[in-house]
Design a binder for this molecule. Structure first.
Ligand SMILES: Nc1ncnc2c1ncn2[C@@H]1O[C@H](COP(=O)(O)OP(=O)(O)OP(=O)(O)O)[C@@H](O)[C@H]1O
Ligand SMILES: [Mg+2]
Length: 419
């Protein structure tokens, strides 16, 4: 249910690498499906790295062998005596050593860029050494002098290191593509959830209105119509009696109840009273409906008062509606489940967020036994706009429902600054 602003600061190479490092051991996923996916990622990383480094170092080795055997040998008589197979063997062994060392050192699992660098250096040194050893055994050089040895070690080492760098880069690119594809897929799922949650909410309100119309309102109207019918049947052309007048008075009162309770109730379900003039007035209207035996307190922070200014458009109507829905859920929960003697509703601003809080001193609940229903639906709605909802049992008894969600105008840099 939580989401926050994403950082847009430019990332360093190291942190970009870290962001795409495969899940380190300490964060290994627990579920079977995730574990299988994770293992597959690791295998793909290893294959990309080894293939990249192997292909580049192989091409380099092949090129260097051919160049030495067929080009340099025409200018250097000593080189003409060395068979091309001997040169190829040295370079091929170096390639194999590089690939094996990268695999054994598990460069694809290195958690940081530094660790990758160190392991690549070690693998490149091993490749350069095995190349020189092979050149000695196969007689590419009969006698080593310091300068030649240094040159061969250095060229083998540099070629291996470049091949490692290409392999690592290829691995990171593949990871980036993978992470991007997964993010796109999970975004698509989020959108589906969001649409589903909105549809559910609409169905819920429609059902509540339909039930209200069908059960309560319709039945009351049936009773009123039956009463009026009886009255019309029994009093054709004669003056009405005192008792009939009383009945008429009762029917009139019933109509008033229908108007005041049922119709108003359903209209509130669709659109809370006074919402058009602000969140605070709408919440105040809601609190008027709490039984007078319960002490009610509304706390509106000064920054929120400024933000909820009826002459401004800083809080959009959907944002006000969301806040009022939170208070509605908190109040109805407190009255239905808590049996409290007092209630407190808080409307505050915290940076670019609205914080709505409903607290009661009622029975509270055992968090282990709770099955979230209305709060789960509301939590989904809040999550859609980047907010969250928390239902907690208060230490001294009672419950606390707190929602926080971002205000689009404040996020866009409009609205009053918070002092
Ligand atoms: N203020 C409260 N006091 C005591 N218990 C509470 C309070 N608020 C919530 N609860 C407990 O948490 C549960 C979950 O609340 P939630 O609002 O999600 O569902 P609900 O009220 O049971 O159903 P719905 O909201 O769909 O009508 C409740 O059933 C109740 O046990
Ligand atoms: Mg509820």
């Amino acid at each position: 249910m939580t989401s926050g602003p994403s950082s847009t600061r430019p990332q360093s190479v190291a942190s970009r690498f870290a962001a795409h490092v495969p899940v380190p051991d300490s964060r290994r996923p627990v579920g079977a499906r995730e574990a299988e996916e994770w293992a597959q990622d690791v295998r793909r990383d290893r294959t990309t790295l080894l293939r990249g480094a192997g292909v580049i170092s192989g091409l380099y080795g092949l090129g260097a062998s051919v160049q030495a055997a067929y080009i340099y040998a025409t200018y250097l008589s000593d080189w003409a005596d060395v068979p091309v197979v001997a040169r190829l063997t040295g370079n091929a062994l170096a390639v194999v050593m590089l690939v094996v060392a990268l695999a054994v050192l598990r460069v694809h699992r290195a958690p940081t860029l530094t660790a990758v660098g160190v392991r690549c250096l070690v693998a490149s040194v091993a490749a350069a050494l095995i190349r020189v050893a092979s050149q000695t055994v196969t007689g590419v050089y009969e006698h080593w002098d310091a300068a030649t040895l240094e040159a061969e070690l250095l060229s083998g080492f540099s070629a291996a290191l470049i091949a490692c760098a290409v392999g690592v880069r290829a691995m990171v690119l593949v990871r980036e593509v993978r992470v991007g594809a997964r993010a796109a897929a999970s975004q698509a799922v989020d959108v589906q959830h969001a649409l589903h949650a909105l549809q559910q909410e609409e169905v819920r309100v429609r059902r509540a209105v339909a039930e209200g119309l069908h059960s309560s309102l319709q039945q009351r109207l049936v009773v009123i119509v039956a009463g009026l019918d009886a009255f019309l049947r029994e009093t054709p052309g004669r003056p009405i009696t005192a008792s009939e007048l009383t009945s008429l008075q009762e029917l009139r009162d019933d109509i008033d109840v229908v108007r005041e309770q049922d119709v108003r109730e359903m209209s509130r379900l669709l659109y809370p009273d006074q919402l058009e003039i602000g969140m605070t007035p709408a919440v105040r209207q809601l609190l008027r409906r709490v039984p007078t035996s319960i002490a009610v307190r509304l706390v509106v922070g000064p920054a929120m008062r400024e933000l909820d200014d009826p002459t401004s458009e800083w809080l959009s109507e959907p944002e006000r509606l969301l806040a009022v829905r939170v208070v509605e859920e908190g109040l109805s929960n407190a009255l239905r489940h808590g049996n409290p003697t007092s209630l407190e509703v808080g409307l505050e601003r915290d940076g670019d967020m609205v914080v709505v809080r409903v607290e009661d001193d009622g029975a509270g609940f055992d968090p282990m036994l709770v099955h979230a229903s209305g709060t789960a639906r509301l939590g989904e709605r809040l999550a859609l706009v980047g907010g969250r909802l928390d239902l907690t049992a208060r230490a001294g008894g009672g419950a606390r429902l707190e929602a926080r969600f971002p205000v689009a105008a404040l996020r866009a840099g409009r609205g009053p600054s918070q002092g």
